[in-house]
Design a protein. Structure first.
Lengths: 155, 265, 270
């Protein structure tokens, strides 16, 4: 096969394209953080999930350790069942506390995990028992006004 | 003047039937190209040659436009976001706009006018100068030898060009916001990384650009092959390639977006 | 062998939609002959070539090439048949993205597994036959019209075909190139033992080199004969054509209503 400079250029072009795809996946995206092939699934019931979305991150101490894969409404308990895919590198005790938090004032919502002290670790299919719902602005304001009124009464 | 109205209506109907007819011919031609693609893979150097003309020669316009689009996005995004004090989210804005929409769409539009028109003009001219007929008389199928390699080269180039466009855009935004304006570098990347998802954003953007690549090159080779063998015929076909593929890209983008991003974030 | 008919055309009809282009053509062409098909523009000469090459399907009748009916062949057999045919298009139809060398080598590379060194020798031989061995590295856009046609001729004899069809080989050439091409057609036909069909309206040049002439007018064979017979012919159509007279059986005027009426002169006179 004859070698031409054209082949070189085409080769260079393909390399550039592949490198661009890799930059997109690794530097722009988050492929390196989250590898779904080694994961275990846990779930938790939340009274109110606020604006939590599927694919939202699950973080512990600010590090992404998993991702929300499914959100369902349960007609038995009348609350939301949130299923999470956890990176199997990170194991959490059974009494881990899960709360729905917001990054910044207007940022996206995510699930924050605070590890408990149990000896037994969460396994595939387990349920987190201790959950804390999302802060809903209206409730927050309502509570604030209620407290204010109560304070006023005490004077 | 009822007579003129009648003739106008007749004209519209005639044109409608004509375009449906052409669509049918185009689809049949598309299948024919797919069926006769064996040669392109057995003799891949034919495709490499066309990759040079469609891919490599489109690089400059893609790189430069990507850079500038990213810079504008960074600037505009910063101006808007800083009003809410969240200018650190500018990376997210630049990356999401590029990876999901602007990368595939603008790269495809540029590709249609740079490479698509060139493909149409080349095939049309080969037809007008009887090169395709001569090939047929030499017992070489022009669809397999001329059309299919160009088609596959376009299909391969498009996603690569779109990825290059997006990356250039992300770095263009980086240049303006981080280097010139002074947004924190760490938050530019980390906010971007936590918001851009591999499957939802990058993979879907990639799939989009694959669709666009097939659509643009299919239109380009068909218009070239179908062009009347005259100077006006070829120039008309070239224009039609750019207009039709631009419309198809935008229409297809809407449909694909509706499929891919409905119900997520 | 030389007297065997390479091409037999029998009762050939062809029409576009409802417009009849060819109406009952009968022809035979022997091996080793150079046959000219002449006729005015739009008389269906090029269509006839396409029917022989199997590019179009006849409405009725048949073309037989080397004892095979062309339009009854399936795709593969037709492509196999076409390897035995060469065609020289009006302006050469060289592949503009390939050099002269690669143009001539095109068929060899597509259809044979010859090693590149042998292809090189063959290509240079073919180019030498048309006197352009020295131009093998040029691109088609660097060639003059006559040279391009010679390269195309070299390309069409690349696989030593049994038949070469020339579609208007003399159009737009200067007198020197014209006689060069004419002589090449004759010489190559004799040297390679091919058959040549020359479609042309260049009477003087073609009468010098051909063995037999068919005149086509309005889709039928108006006259035929050897060049000698044609020159001597007193048939009005042939006479008009050969001597290039303006008016005759082929009228100068397109059919129209009377001239006076078109100019509205009748009313004035009345």
């Amino acid at each position: 096969m004859q070698r031409t400079t054209m082949d070189l250029w085409v080769g260079l072009f393909v390399v550039m394209g592949v490198v661009a795809l890799m930059i997109l996946s690794l530097k722009v995206g988050n492929l390196n953080v989250y590898n779904p092939s080694h994961s275990y699934t846990i779930s938790g019931n939340f009274e109110n999930i606020g604006g939590l979305k599927v694919r939202a991150p699950v973080k512990s101490a600010g590090v992404v350790v998993g991702r929300v894969t499914d959100i369902q409404f349960s007609t038995q308990t009348y609350d939301a069942v949130v299923t999470m895919d956890m990176d199997s590198r990170f194991q959490f005790p059974k009494d881990t506390f899960a709360s729905i938090l917001t990054s910044g004032l207007l940022g996206e919502q995510y699930i924050g995990l605070a590890a408990g002290g149990d000896e037994v670790m969460l396994k595939e299919g387990d349920k987190i028992m201790k959950t804390n719902s999302a802060m809903v602005l209206e409730e927050l304001i309502g509570r604030f006004l209620f407290n204010k009124a109560a304070d006023d009464d005490s004077f | 003047m009822p007579k003129r109205i009648v003739s106008n209506i007749r004209n519209i109907g005639h044109r409608t039937i004509e375009s449906v007819w052409r669509l049918g011919i185009a689809s049949r031609f598309f299948l024919l190209v797919l069926l006769k693609s064996g040669t392109s893979f057995r003799r891949f150097n034919l495709v490499i040659r066309e990759l040079y003309f469609t891919g490599v020669l489109s690089l400059i316009i893609i790189v430069v436009s990507g850079l500038f689009v990213g810079m504008v996005l960074g600037l505009q995004g910063y101006e808007t976001l800083q009003k809410y004090g969240s200018e650190s989210a500018v990376g997210t804005l630049v990356a999401l706009s590029l990876v999901r929409e602007l990368g595939p769409v603008v790269a495809a539009l540029l590709f249609a006018s740079r490479a698509g028109s060139a493909i149409t003009a080349e095939i049309g001219l080969m037809k007008a100068t009887e090169q395709l007929a001569a090939m047929g008389m030499m017992a070489v199928d022009p669809v397999a030898r001329v059309v299919a390699p160009r088609f596959w080269a376009g299909v391969i180039s498009m996603p690569l060009l779109a990825a290059i466009f997006s990356v250039m855009g992300v770095y263009g935004g980086y240049l303006v916001t981080v280097v010139f304006i002074g947004v924190d570098e760490g938050s530019y990347w980390s906010q971007m990384q936590s918001a851009v998802d591999f499957r939802i954003d990058i993979l879907n953007g990639f799939i989009k650009s694959c669709f666009f690549g097939v659509a643009v090159t299919a239109i380009a080779v068909f218009e070239g092959y179908d062009a009347p063998p005259t100077a006006e015929g070829v120039s008309g076909a070239t224009t039609r390639t750019v207009v039709t593929s631009s419309l198809v890209i935008l229409g297809l983008d809407f449909i694909l977006t509706a499929f891919m991003f409905r119900g997520v974030s | 062998m030389s007297s065997e008919n390479l091409i037999e055309i029998n009762g050939l009809n062809f029409s576009y939609d409802t417009r009849a282009i060819l109406k009952g053509i009968d022809m035979t062409m022997k091996r080793g002959q150079v046959v000219a098909i002449m006729g005015g523009s739009g008389s269906g000469k090029t269509t006839l070539l396409r029917l022989i090459g199997g590019v179009m399907q006849p409405s009725s009748g048949y073309v037989k090439f080397a004892n095979q009916v062309v339009h009854e062949l399936d795709r593969d057999a037709l492509f196999k048949l076409r390897r035995k045919m060469g065609m020289l298009f009006q302006f050469g139809a060289l592949f503009t993205d390939l050099s002269v060398f690669d143009n001539v080598a095109f068929q060899m590379r597509e259809h044979t597994n010859l090693p590149e060194s042998m292809i090189r020798d063959l290509v240079l031989m073919k180019l030498n036959a048309v006197g352009l061995r020295g131009a093998h590295h040029l691109m088609p856009n660097e060639l003059s019209g006559g040279m391009a046609r010679r390269v195309a001729l070299a390309r069409s004899i690349a696989l030593d075909p049994m038949l070469i069809m020339y579609d208007e080989p003399f159009t737009g050439l200067d007198p020197i190139s014209l006689s060069v091409i004419g002589n090449l057609i004759r010489r190559l036909t004799d040297a390679l033992g091919m058959t040549s069909i020359v479609v042309t309206h260049d009477v003087q040049e073609s009468l010098k080199i051909v063995d037999y002439v068919y005149f086509i007018a309005d889709g039928v064979i108006a006259a035929e004969g050897t060049p000698k017979e044609v020159r001597a012919s007193v048939a009005p159509f042939v006479h008009q054509f050969v001597h290039g007279e303006e008016d005759g059986p082929v009228p100068f005027h397109y059919p129209a209503q009377p001239y006076r009426k078109d100019l509205n002169l009748e009313n004035d006179l009345a």
